[in-house]
Write a protein that binds this ligand. Structure first.
Ligand SMILES: Nc1ncnc2c1ncn2[C@@H]1O[C@H](COP(=O)(O)OP(=O)(O)OP(=O)(O)O)[C@@H](O)[C@H]1O
Length: 780
């Protein structure tokens, strides 16, 4: 039954009138409000308020499936200025005078039903008109199949307990897309919404949401936990040979460089390897590379043969393979059958590895027949001795010419190869050969001026002989990080210390792309004291290098952990067996807040160029001499989203905003969220955020609106700033302007805002480097 409710005028032609309430809905433990508008009409029939005559309004409630009504609130107004309310105040409240409202609190399923307001004024009263209140309990959502195999069914269920004269509208969605699910009414107060999907590897890590709605009145969502994991054995989608030699790309000119690139999909990500079966001995096989590509620098006769790409992954302790092969032959050789890229494409599991022999046979069946030689048998002709002499002379002349051409070509080729080899050897061994150019005893002059090459705008590209790698200090996902030296000005011995990021020579195309994008972004970004400075690059030959200013203190995380309270001495090194200590400088409250403010200042600079951070956290911020924070590793949002997707396995859940977790959104507002977490980390001297929870629990907590508790040693304004950064609605998070304003106020009164006397005990007990050993805080 649809309620009669809107704009119902009672006591027509009289002074005091009332408009009835509208249907509404609420969640269990929530609240809702029903309004009856009381007004008077003037002679022209226009509505006016406030009401200047005495009147009473009584609210009645008839629970769902019951015939009995009871009074829940009475509102008595004298001449419109004074009124009294009688009700059960913990459950119901009245709202304003002219809109006589009923607020229902602490929502419960038993609150569902029909609510009616009755007007009682001199000479007039109404029978009352009502509206329905519908109530929904928190829906329960779950993924029945935590991990499934590709193409198996995934079942997501959502159970909704409701009361009301009509059921809510329920569906499953992924992002903004509504999905086809089925609704089953268990009875008229309970329903199940079930979504069944064929598992696809692209579903990995996605959260689906069950959407429960009374249209226009109330919407509730619940996410499908645990996250979907879809296993898929590897499937090689392409094996590309470059350069393509003519129409038949398996014929390779002698001496050319050949690159074989293999791509496969599957989950977990496949591990690749390249194998080789020589043309001269097809029954032998050797592994060439454990990457998804292989490069032949100069194709030679012995390189002829079949190249096989293997992609392998392991699913629940079983190994799965796929293979694809291509046969490469020298262009000069003529064969009776054409070659083609072998599309074996079988998926083998570990138990069927024996079938590899068959595959080899199948492949060799696919191989071209060997070149045929002229028959030694045949008919014999008789020539005159003159003719024979002439033929022999001519043949000798031709042979001499051929020998001359061959020798000349070989000498030329040898010279060219020697030059290439020398050039390569020069780059490879440079670090050993150039010692005297960049002498250890030459001291850097200490100023971080840009290298003269870039300052003179000659180029960012630095000659390789002017750069020296000294010691590897770290690793990124596809780079090695080295300490090194570089000649500041061409042709001089003015040397500066630098940090060099060296791209892995076997980096994939995508990783090279990420590397060059980092270079391009750094080149175009104007200098800022809180952004790490690029000093040069080398991308002429492999391995490519990026050169940066040195952040002597390492990462912000290391810096904070070194300066944890209570730790008075740190080991600087060893003298024989004896450790050498250095007295530790304590970080003051002001210094702590300054570190946070510097990060905000660097972020603000990035924002001006529409750049965002790649996984902002203390472990990714660098600290230079004097405790100056330096940001590195940022880029354009799309690029960062791609990189996050590429390095998904290491997603920093503890620093991620809900929209990054659910919809892979990365923007300024998600950086602000991470900044709030970084602020928490700094104020806890590098403690892992959400220390008591595992990553999955963090994810659930963030989704259900939970946030980290106020730190006992920090003031309310500090916690308020963090909490604002963690607002669920991205637009409610502060801008960098606001953050910087707040930070500058906090820094000037730092001692009032961070009180070391109230530091939680576990921060003291972290002394000694072993993170939280034996205390109640768990560390990820
Ligand atoms: N300029 C620098 N000064 C001092 N140390 C540095 C510098 N740059 C990098 N490092 C060190 O090298 C480590 C790895 O560098 P970085 O995190 O920048 O690599 P990355 O390629 O961005 O890593 P990933 O692939 O994980 O994103 C850092 O954690 C830090 O310890």
């Amino acid at each position: 039954m649809a309620p009669q409710h809107l704009c119902v005028t009672v006591a027509m032609g009289q002074d005091v009138q009332i408009h009835g309430p509208s249907d509404t809905a609420m969640q269990v433990n929530g609240e809702t409000e029903l309004l009856c508008q009381v007004f008077i009409t003037d002679k022209n029939g226009s509505e006016r308020s406030p009401v200047t005559q005495p009147f009473n309004v009584t609210w009645y409630f008839k629970p769902e499936n019951s015939n009995n009504s009871r009074v829940v609130l009475t509102f008595i107004s004298d001449k419109g200025n004074n009124y009294t309310v009688s009700t059960n105040a913990s459950k119901y409240q009245s709202t304003q005078k002219s809109a006589v409202g009923l607020r229902i609190m602490h929502g419960n399923l038993t609150d569902a039903g029909l609510y009616t307001c009755h007007l009682d004024a001199p000479n007039q009263n109404s029978d009352g008109y009502g509206a329905h209140v519908m109530v929904i309990d928190n829906p329960i959502c779950f993924n029945e199949n935590k991990d499934v195999d590709y193409r198996q069914n995934i079942t997501l269920r959502c159970s909704v307990n409701f009361r009301g004269y009509q059921p809510p509208f329920v569906y499953w969605r992924m992002g903004m897309m509504k999905l086809n699910s089925s609704t089953e009414f268990v009875n008229n107060t309970f329903l199940n919404e079930t979504l069944v999907m064929k598992a696809d590897e692209h579903m990995n890590g996605y959260l689906y949401h069950c959407h429960v709605e009374y249209v226009g009145l109330l919407q509730i969502e619940c996410p499908s936990y645990p996250l979907v994991v879809v296993y898929k054995p590897p499937k090689i989608s392409s094996l590309v040979v470059t350069p393509v030699a003519g129409r038949d790309h398996t014929r390779i000119p002698l001496g050319s460089q050949v690159r074989l690139q293999c791509s496969a999909d599957g989950h977990p990500y496949p591990i690749y390897s390249f194998h080789f079966r020589p043309w001269s001995n097809p029954s032998s096989r050797r592994e060439l590379s454990s990457h998804n590509f292989y490069i032949i620098t100069s194709f030679q006769p012995q390189d002829q043969g079949t190249y096989i790409c293997f992609a392998m992954n392991e699913i629940k302790d079983r190994s799965h393979y796929d293979t694809k092969n291509v046969t490469l032959l020298l262009q000069e050789v003529e064969y009776s059958q054409p070659y083609s890229v072998g599309g074996a494409g079988q998926t083998w599991d570990s138990n069927s590895i024996g079938s590899e022999a068959q595959a080899q046979q199948a492949d060799s069946g696919n191989q071209p027949s060997r070149p045929s030689f002229p028959s030694t048998t045949g008919s014999h002709n008789i020539f005159s001795p003159y003719a024979i002499g002439a033929v022999i002379s001519a043949a000798l002349a031709v042979i001499l010419i051929i020998v001359f051409i061959v020798i000349a070509t070989r000498v030329k080729k040898r010279d060219r190869k020697m030059r290439e080899k020398l050039a390569r050897a020069h780059d490879e061994t440079l670090d050993d050969q150039e010692v005297e150019l960049l002498d250890e005893t030459v001291q850097p002059n200490g100023h971080y001026m840009p290298a003269e090459y870039s300052r003179l705008k000659m180029s960012w590209e630095i000659p390789r002989k002017d750069v020296r790698l000294l010691e590897q200090i770290g690793r990124g996902s596809f780079v090695e990080v080295w300490k090194g030296r570089m000649r500041r000005t061409p042709g001089t011995n003015d040397i500066m210390r630098i940090i060099i990021k060296k791209l892995d020579t076997e980096a994939t195309e995508r990783e090279r792309h990420f590397f060059t994008t980092e270079l391009e972004v750094m080149k175009m970004l104007p200098a800022h004291p809180n952004i790490i400075r690029l000093v040069g690059s080398y991308t002429t030959n492999d391995p490519w290098l990026l050169m940066f200013e040195v952040a002597q203190e390492g990462t912000l995380l290391e810096f904070l952990q070194r300066h944890r309270p209570g730790k008075q001495e740190i080991v600087m090194g060893r003298c024989g067996d004896e450790p050498v200590f250095m007295h530790k400088q304590t970080l003051t409250a002001q210094k702590l807040l300054c570190l946070v403010a510097q990060v905000a200042s660097g972020l603000e600079h990035l924002q001006k160029f529409k750049l965002i951070y790649f996984r902002l956290q203390c472990a990714r911020v660098l600290v230079a001499k004097g405790g100056v924070c330096k940001l590195s590793g940022f880029g354009f949002p799309q690029e960062m989203a791609d990189r996050n997707a590429y390095q998904q396995s290491s997603a920093p859940v503890r620093w991620m905003a809900p929209e990054s977790l659910v919809d892979s959104v990365y923007n300024v507002k998600t950086d602000i969220w991470a900044f709030g977490v970084l602020m928490w980390e700094v104020l806890h001297f590098g403690l892992t955020p959400w220390p008591h929870l595992g990553p999955q629990e963090v994810l659930e907590s963030v989704h259900t609106g939970k946030r980290m508790a106020p730190p006992p040693h920090c003031s309310k304004p500090i916690y308020n700033l963090m909490m604002r950064c963690w607002m669920g609605e991205p637009d409610d998070r502060p801008t960098y302007d606001t953050v910087l304003d707040t930070m500058s106020r906090l820094v000037t009164e730092a001692d009032q805002h961070v009180q070391y006397t109230h530091l939680p005990a576990y921060l003291h007990s972290l002394d000694g480097g072993a993170d939280g050993d034996g205390d109640e805080i768990s560390h990820a």
